[in-house]
Design a protein around this ligand. Structure first.
Ligand SMILES: C[S@@+](CC[C@H](N)C(=O)[O-])C[C@H]1O[C@@H](n2cnc3c(N)ncnc32)[C@H](O)[C@@H]1O
Length: 329
């Protein structure tokens, strides 16, 4: 389906169809009947989930957004020069594209900016972002894609004049190692010699700072985590009581990743009508809702190499908390 817009510079291709509903049903059934139970983090992001994530990025404990913004503020011109001044910026998991403005402005200053391609699973935020950007960057063409990027990656439009494919916010860290390898290999297969990936990754650091970043004192991250239960209630006619689960955020140093879970506060059963499924939770039982892998430069070089990519640029914030890296085929 192609949805029109008031601005002729905007085209948003919405690829969330009935088939996605069937896929959600399949994935959630597998996740709720698995041992341990698990849900995919992409289901956090309905409209409310996207709004809660925006609040997380402003929390004092949540340093990754500030660190990534600092790198983009300082290094966007250098990043673009190293990427060959592309005409198209593709952004996977674009959300509100708040930090992306630094890249777009640098492209505008370099005179190469033509097209922005936001790719996100949340339709509302993609429309809002597109509308805001065509006002801010006169003449910009927005060719958005609302989809699950793990399934529809191959739909990303080709860019004449080279593409920079940004994947910011540490979202790559939410994929399991197998899914990450497959995703980056598929992305590599789509890239021409002039294309570059710009990947945002959080770096390994003391567990206490990591755990605070994912368990803030205001409880916004806990609310974001429990939001996935409301999504299941709405989309799959489930009857989860979000207050019957608590937020758990632990650093797993062996795997170098944050492990985010929901812990059942009591023995309880949950009915998921759309799946004709009754799920039992024991008191204290945990269900994983997200991982967030942390990297070192060496680890990331290996991750790229496994996918047929080569690291070509490395940019960190002054404290060395976070990295943006450029990669090519
Ligand atoms: C951690 S947020 C990052 C948002 C933004 N890029 C930033 O850096 O602040 C993850 C973003 O990816 C989107 N997302 C998560 N899983 C996705 C998937 N499988 N397909 C498409 N978008 C996805 C979410 O809707 C959300 O906007």
């Amino acid at each position: 389906m192609r949805a029109g817009s008031t601005a002729d510079q905007i085209e948003i291709d919405v690829r969330l169809t009935g088939a996605d509903g069937a896929q959600m049903a399949r994935e959630v059934r597998l996740g709720l009947t698995g041992k341990p139970k698990e849900l995919a983090p992409k289901y956090f992001y309905d409209e409310r989930g996207s709004q809660l994530f925006e609040r997380i990025t402003e929390l004092p404990e949540y340093y990754p957004t500030r660190a990534e913004r600092a790198i983009l503020a300082d290094c966007s011109a250098e990043i673009l020069a190293a990427a060959g001044e592309p005409a198209t910026l593709v952004e996977l998991g674009s959300g509100s594209a708040a930090k992306t403005r630094h890249l777009l402005s640098a492209m505008q200053e370099a005179g190469c900016l033509r097209t922005y391609v936001p790719v996100d699973i949340s339709e509302e935020i993609t429309h809002e972002t597109a509308e805001a950007l065509v006002q801010e960057y006169p003449g910009l063409e927005v060719r958005g894609l609302v989809c699950d990027f793990e399934h529809d990656l191959e739909r990303i439009p080709n860019g004449g004049g080279g593409r920079l494919v940004a994947f910011l916010g540490g979202t790559i860290g939410t994929l399991s190692p197998d899914a990450r390898r497959e995703f980056l290999a598929r992305l590599a297969a789509l890239m021409g010699p002039a294309d570059r990936i710009l990947l945002g990754t959080d770096l390994v650091k003391e567990p206490a700072r990591l755990e605070a970043a994912y368990d803030d004192s205001e409880g916004v991250t806990a609310e974001f985590n429990r939001n996935v239960l409301l999504v299941l209630n709405r989309e799959l006619d489930a009857d989860f009581d979000p207050d019957a689960f608590e937020h758990v955020a632990r650093y797993d140093s062996a795997e170098a990743r944050m492990d985010i879970r929901l812990r059942s506060l009591a023995d309880q059963t949950v009915r998921v009508d759309a799946l004709d499924l009754t799920v039992r939770f024991l008191a204290g039982e945990e269900m994983r809702t997200e991982i967030s892998s942390k990297f070192t430069r060496e680890r990331l070089e290996d991750v790229y190499a496994e996918a047929g990519l080569a690291l070509g640029g490395w940019f960190t914030d002054p404290a060395g908390d976070y990295a943006l890296s450029l990669a090519s085929v």
